[in-house]
Design a binder for this molecule. Structure first.
Ligand code: ACO
Length: 403
């Protein structure tokens, strides 16, 4: 705001920064996630992502993001209890979801159902009450896998499977997705459960990305966290954000074989299309999450059949990383380049990919929402604009009414 004192005259508005898409504007100070895009570094609360992935469960990482430290044993037990306790949804949520058309996109259902939760928990409006905030955090982290799995079951015309609180967070999600309705128990494959849990850790937060900024933006008006999270999920839905991994799989399927890779690269270089899963606003180096996912792929393929798309993806990466176009623009694979291939091998249909992203990103959204609510420097978000429309003009004088 000090810049506004720089004026050419008293009547002048003062200096204002014009920064479309906020490429060089920090709207907050945050202590949650650190990224050094040039060096390819990602840390949650100071811990390198490479140390957390595979060594800490998603729920431990979720606690870390939200509370700022890794949970001590008693804190973890209480956190697990609270999350497990809130996994069920009100029966009316189920009825609400039943109202969607039979071929509704699961992400559209998730966005709408998150918003609908606001009507079930009116006390969530007490955003300045710390206890109330904490209850909504428990509910949102706990219920998002249930809503996600229900959205999938609805989209394929299968009955909903209620949460099994004897299972871990990630195993329970897989059970709600895939348990046949005629069996009482279903234990998902532990290797796939572990791989998905690691993917959840990698997707849990990424500082001021489009969806998290949306969570902060909507939350800054003191809207409750359910509608704020619904808005964040809507932002995540777009193909340039959480929808990119679906586009990657479609692109690889279209390419079909390794020998067609050079033709695709030519199309990209001529500006006809983008290489999906490549490039990042912040990373101008290899996305560290992509490297971990690439390594996790082999453990998944040892259980499932090898997804032949991985060979096309590897060939594409090799070709792109040795091509001047990509080198000059510092375009590297991002988190979405390999995640879709693994999800597909695990049997997830493509429509559910953005939903798989929304489940863990809920922790990041809530950590940022909580941080914003406690930040005395924050006010309602309200950017300025540079007006480029017409100057003042007037309607024609009204003509005398005909008698
Ligand atoms: N393929 C080909 N060229 C690209 C790509 C790409 N994937 N990404 C960027 N470029 C080029 C642009 O054409 C531009 O070239 P130019 O300078 O000759 O005009 C240059 O690289 C800079 O690109 P910008 O669009 O300015 O970069 P920006 O930071 O705005 O975009 C984004 C980042 C949206 C991620 C972009 O790289 C992209 O569209 N990638 C594909 C979609 C994708 O994978 N999204 C997932 C992001 S990760 C996530 O959300 C979890």
């Amino acid at each position: 705001m000090d810049l506004r004192q720089v004026k050419t005259s008293e009547a002048d508005f003062g200096l204002l920064s014009y920064d479309p898409s906020f490429q060089n504007t920090a709207p907050c100070r945050s202590a949650i996630t650190y990224i050094d895009g040039d060096a390819g570094v990602l840390r949650y609360r100071g811990y390198p992502i490479e140390e957390l992935a595979g060594r800490k469960s998603y729920l431990e990482v979720s606690y870390l993001l939200i509370y700022g430290h890794l949970p001590r044993p008693n804190e973890l037990a209480e956190w697990l209890h609270n999350i497990t306790y809130h996994t069920m949804v009100h029966e009316n949520v189920k009825k609400f979801m039943d109202g969607f058309h039979h071929d509704a996109h699961p992400m559209g259902m998730v966005v709408s159902t998150l918003a609908a939760l606001s009507t079930f928990y009116p006390e969530a409006k007490q955003v300045h009450d710390e206890g109330s905030r904490e209850r909504q955090i428990h509910r949102l982290v706990a219920k998002i896998p249930t809503i996600a799995a229900f959205s999938y079951r609805h989209s394929v015309g299968m009955s909903y499977i209620y949460p099994d609180n004897d299972l871990s967070y990630t195993a329970n999600f897989l059970a709600m997705m895939y348990r046949p309705s005629w069996t009482a128990h279903y234990t998902p494959n532990p290797v796939l459960t572990q791989a998905l849990d690691t993917l959840f850790v990698l997707h849990a937060d990424h500082e001021q990305n489009c969806s998290t900024s949306t969570m902060r933006m909507v939350g800054s008006s003191l809207a409750d966290p359910y509608v704020s999270a619904a808005a964040a999920a809507a932002a995540l839905y777009g193909p340039l954000h959480g929808g990119a991994n679906e586009q990657v799989v479609r692109m690889l399927q279209e390419v079909g074989s390794k020998d067609k890779v050079p033709a695709l690269i030519r199309q990209v270089k001529s500006g006809k299309r983008r290489l999906m899963g490549f490039g990042h606003r912040v990373y101008k180096n290899y996305d560290p999450r992509a490297r971990i996912i690439k390594e996790a792929a082999d453990s998944v393929f040892a259980v499932t059949a090898r997804n032949r798309l991985i060979d096309i993806a590897l060939a594409l990466e090799r070709t792109a990383l040795s091509d001047d176009y990509f080198i000059k623009r510092r375009l590297y694979p991002n988190v979405d380049f390999y995640s879709g291939i693994i999800y597909q091998a695990m049997g997830f249909p493509m429509d559910i990919f953005p939903v798989l992203f929304a489940i863990p990103r809920m922790s990041g959204w809530l950590a940022h929402w909580q941080e914003m609510m406690m930040d005395e420097e924050q006010k309602i978000a309200r950017p300025r604009q540079v007006y480029i429309g017409p100057g003042e003009r007037h309607l024609p004088e009204p003509t005398a009414e005909k008698s």
